[in-house]
Design a protein around this ligand. Structure first.
Ligand SMILES: Cc1cc2nc3c(=O)[nH]c(=O)nc-3n(C[C@H](O)[C@H](O)[C@H](O)COP(=O)(O)O)c2cc1C
Length: 169
């Protein structure tokens, strides 16, 4: 058994064609996200899928006009519905829960032959305003999804021996 191709060949896509994403594919991607595990199965998330051009243009402006944000036919704003909950180890659960869900979505997008990119470079207050996100909630990240218009070379990873240990650090 090998690591599945979607993970083994993982690469972020930052250039998208103008082709729209089929609603069924988007639905499967969102379904994959909400299937993700979360601390105590609290599922402290709300995913706002934006396909409307005028909304995406506003997001583009809140993301400082970054080209890849403007070209993605779908932008999913991954928001938390609870910023308070701490796990038994004392760490906040929401960034972890939401990151795992977004990972599931990226893998599903890849299986749909789509590309994706996490974006964290944006003015959160502005995005919240655009998407009517309640004051006490947070927009943890944006996920761009689209048909790839580039074939980037595989990004390098640190040597296994530097990042994996057995039994002790
Ligand atoms: C937490 C996180 C935040 C990121 N923020 C951004 C971002 O703001 N803008 C962007 O273009 N890419 C962003 N990325 C994508 C990374 O730059 C990219 O995953 C990394 O360079 C490795 O490249 P690869 O995904 O092609 O292997 C982010 C990725 C992660 C996991």
């Amino acid at each position: 058994m090998q690591v599945i191709e979607e993970i083994r060949e993982w690469v972020t896509i930052k250039k998208y064609t103008e082709e729209k994403i089929e609603p069924e594919a988007l639905e499967r991607i969102l379904d994959a996200g909400i299937r993700a595990p979360s601390a105590k199965n609290r599922q402290p998330w709300r995913f706002i899928a934006c396909t409307d051009k005028s909304v995406r243009n506003k997001i583009l402006s809140a993301a400082y006009g970054q080209e890849h944000v403007g070209s993605a036919p779908v932008i999913i704003a991954a928001c938390t519905t609870n910023t308070e909950y701490k796990m038994p180890n004392g760490q906040a659960s929401y960034p972890i829960d939401i990151s795992i869900a977004v990972s599931f979505m990226m893998i599903q997008a890849r299986a749909e032959k789509l590309g994706s990119c996490i974006v964290t470079t944006y003015d959160e207050a502005e995005i919240k305003d655009i998407l009517s996100v309640p004051y006490s909630m947070r927009v943890v990240m944006l996920l761009l999804i689209g048909h790839p218009d580039e074939k980037p070379i595989l990004t390098k990873r640190k040597l296994k021996s530097r990042v994996i240990a057995h039994e002790h650090w």
